[in-house]
Design a protein around this ligand. Structure first.
Ligand code: GTP
Ligand code: MG
Length: 273
């Protein structure tokens, strides 16, 4: 009888995806791709001219994935060449160099460039972004720490990985997670699965951590005017303590921010009569 017949196994379905790399010149985009695809590292800098294209096959669950990688040149000079390649992308590898603050500060400008090229009907919500904090092997020159990078990435719903194209650290894990997320997206009708799309902390928490990190003194840290009263200091402190208490806030860097706020309050109260 039909009902008792063994079910035919579904043939594994292949999938074709498009991935692009983005980020300032010399941050290591080409080296990250080379490390993953060719298992090697080239220390001499060979700037990408406009765009490099490559195809690779990977397997995610039962699916064979054909990945078209467009490795973009980061130099502003090549804007006219790379601007055509933003559309129809499922995944973006967004790279900065942990020793180059400029490259981290430019991440927003890269998103803006992509948004502009996709036009008013382009939708960045349904693209998987992975942020690579690259060159972590250069520990001496590091100026963007993990919590700062992670906070930026996760507050946007992006994946975050610490990588070194030189040593290979983090590279396979990054690509594996990236491809799994893209396949999940494709299997979800091209929409980001809701579980991954929202950060587990609020924008207010993320903004407070960033503000505290960049504050110039204890007054600034608590967000009160120099010369504020004990009451004003305590009020500002309580508000931040509730917002950032490690029991309540899981945003990267919240613990350090909380400690900094406690210290700022102690320092200020010592000198206020
Ligand atoms: P453009 O193509 O100009 O946009 O640059 P890119 O981002 O592709 O940079 P590329 O991969 O060519 O690397 C730039 C330089 O950084 C090269 O000299 C690499 O050897 C070096 N580099 C890349 N990744 C790492 C890394 O993880 N650690 C160290 N120490 N150097 C790296
Ligand atoms: Mg390159």
């Amino acid at each position: 009888m039909e009902a008792n017949m063994p079910k035919r196994k579904e043939p594994s379905r292949s999938l074709r995806i498009k991935v692009i790399s983005m980020g300032n010149a010399e941050v290591g985009k080409s080296c990250i791709i080379k490390r993953y695809c060719e298992k090697r590292f080239v220390s001499k800098y060979l700037a990408t001219i406009g765009i490099d294209y490559g195809v690779t096959k990977v397997h995610v669950r039962d699916r064979e994935i054909k990945v078209n990688i467009f490795d973009m040149a980061g130099h502003p000079f090549f804007y006219e060449v790379r601007n055509e390649f933003y559309k129809d992308t499922q995944g973006v590898i967004l790279v900065y160099d942990v020793g180059q603050k400029d490259s981290f500060d430019s991440l927003d400008a890269w998103l803006a460039e992509m948004k502009q090229e996709l036009g008013p009907h382009g939708n960045m919500e349904n693209i998987i972004f992975v942020v690579c904090a690259n060159k972590i092997d250069c520990t001496k020159h590091r100026c963007i720490d993990e919590s700062e990078g992670r906070l930026w990435a996760e507050s946007k719903g992006f994946l975050y990985f610490e990588t070194s194209a030189q040593t290979g650290e983090g590279i396979n894990e990054m690509f594996q997670t990236f491809y799994v997320s893209i396949v999940d997206l494709c299997e979800n009708g091209g929409k980001r699965p809701t579980t991954n799309s929202s950060a587990s902390f609020t924008k207010e928490q993320a903004d407070a951590i960033r503000r505290i990190r960049n504050s110039k003194d204890s007054w600034d840290m608590l967000g009160v005017k120099p010369g504020a009263s004990r009451d004003e200091v305590n009020k500002a402190y309580r508000k931040l303590a509730v917002l950032l208490h490690p029991d309540k806030c899981v945003a990267p860097g919240s613990e350090d921010a909380f400690k900094a706020v406690v210290n700022a309050r102690t320092a200020l109260l010592k000198n206020i009569k």
